[in-house]
Write a protein that binds this ligand. Structure first.
Ligand code: 4AZ
Length: 438
């Protein structure tokens, strides 16, 4: 009764208009119109996908060549010797420069030396190269392009190392072969996600943050869970059977049978799951002072490394990071003080803070001992928080990631002058070796 269509029916004009409109929208026209709209949307999506969302794929190559202007040193045979590391980095830097200043710019992801061996004229180098090209490209075509770029550089560029051109061979390999070749090395990301989102430029945070990690970005991250009560702490994979974490994670429960470890960027579903064989707490862990907040967790069965599960490198005990070094902390911890655990892994870039500054009366007033490392910002905001404990603080050295800290404690989360406090891994290098042989 509120509506008055009667009034309308007395006026002819609107009714005629209405009928015309009804005629215009007959079922066939309507169907054609809908079809046209769907087609236009489809074409638009196609165009956007083609030009904006490039469907790129990783291509892997195994390169072998001789360097003739250096002499082989015995230490090159030892993977974690300083000599091997330095020479490898020099070669990787040179390869990177060749591709980054070429037509293949942006296509080159990274390279890793896998072996240096003696040659009568110098040093034999074996290395893995990674590229991203449209998935429609063929491995053989890319191989030709890569060879062209390299040969061009050998002719025209002044390079610090002399690559012998006839000795150069390039073989296309799949991701499994690449993994096997790099399996002997730690701290390597198998995905190229860090290239799409350069780690050094991201300023995401765990506290107050939004940025979640991409699959394979932090492949050493583990979640330690108590059966029945879920995620308790983070941990880092340091070999195929050992995790490094914080001792305070086991304050409530030290029984290995009650714990499991999961891997991957989400807690549920996990990429991998393992039961726990053994928990080793530092003998001198002191819960009142948080000193020696470090523990080892042995898994019952070995981890098979993959693109998304990998071990991180342990730093040499002599390594010292200067203040304000960029480091990354990752975890499933809360994003606000006393908030809930996050199902998706998050990352935050923080900076190391010197112990002198961290021990100032207005900061932690002398509570920082030599076994601790402060990282964060003096004005707060970006920080680890509850649930991140035991998790990694890592440092990127030429695309190889080192575990420099373990999330340990802090006054609340993200407060000014209250940065995160981490267990200083370098101080415990010998303790780790004594328990695990790593
Ligand atoms: C915790 O309760 C905790 N802001 C971990 C890290 C920090 C604070 C508290 C650092 O597990």
């Amino acid at each position: 009764m509120m509506y008055a269509p009667v009034e309308f029916s007395e006026v002819d004009y609107p009714r005629v208009k209405y009928q015309r409109r009804q005629q215009f929208w007959n079922p066939i026209r309507l169907a054609l119109f809908t079809l046209a709209i769907v087609a236009i949307i489809g074409i638009a999506i196609g165009i956007v996908t083609h030009f904006v969302v490039k469907d790129d794929k990783s291509f892997y190559y195994f390169a072998s060549f001789k360097i003739t202007n250096i002499k082989y040193k015995e230490k090159y045979g030892i993977r974690n010797s300083r000599e091997f590391t330095e020479r490898s980095h020099q070669i990787e830097r040179m390869i990177s420069r060749i591709f980054q200043h070429s037509s293949g710019k942006g296509r080159f992801i990274k390279s890793h030396v896998t072996k240096l061996s003696p040659d009568k004229n110098g040093v034999n180098v074996l290395m893995v190269l990674m590229f991203r090209y449209p998935s429609t490209d063929s491995a053989e075509r890319i191989k030709k392009k890569v060879e062209m770029i390299l040969y061009q550089s050998l002719k025209t560029k002044q390079l610090p190392l002399t690559i012998n051109k006839p000795s150069f061979t390039l073989t296309s390999i799949d991701s499994k072969k690449m993994r096997n070749l790099l399996n002997s090395r730690c701290g390597i990301r198998m995905t190229s996600s860090n290239m799409l989102l350069p780690a050094s430029s991201s300023t995401e945070r765990i506290v107050q943050g939004r940025e979640t990690a991409m699959e394979g970005e932090w492949p050493w991250q583990a979640s330690l869970q108590l059966i029945g009560s879920g995620h308790q702490c983070g941990a880092s994979l340091i070999s195929n059977t050992w995790l490094l974490t914080a001792a305070h994670c086991f304050r409530k429960n030290k029984d290995p049978r009650q714990w499991i470890a999961t891997f991957g960027t989400t807690i549920t579903p996990p990429a991998m799951k393992r039961s726990v064989e053994k928990i080793i707490l530092h003998e001198k862990y002191h819960k009142e002072t948080n000193e020696n907040d470090i523990a080892l967790v042995q898994l019952t069965t070995q981890i098979k490394f993959s693109n998304v599960v990998q071990r991180v490198c342990l730093p040499d005990s002599s390594i010292k990071l200067p203040p304000k070094t960029s480091v990354f902390v990752t975890g499933f911890g809360s994003v606000i003080d006393d908030g809930p655990i996050q199902n998706k892994l998050r990352q935050a870039r923080v900076e190391t803070i010197s112990t002198d500054v961290c021990n100032r009366t207005d900061v932690y007033d002398g509570l920082i001992t030599p076994g601790m490392l402060c990282a964060g910002f003096m004005d707060g905001k970006v920080d680890a928080c509850k649930g991140d404990s035991g998790g990694p603080l890592v440092y990127d050295n030429h695309d190889i990631w080192y575990l420099v800290g373990i999330v340990s404690w802090g006054q609340s989360c993200g407060l000014p002058k209250k940065p995160g406090v981490y267990t200083r891994v370098t101080q415990y290098r010998d303790w780790i070796a004594s328990k695990t042989g790593i």
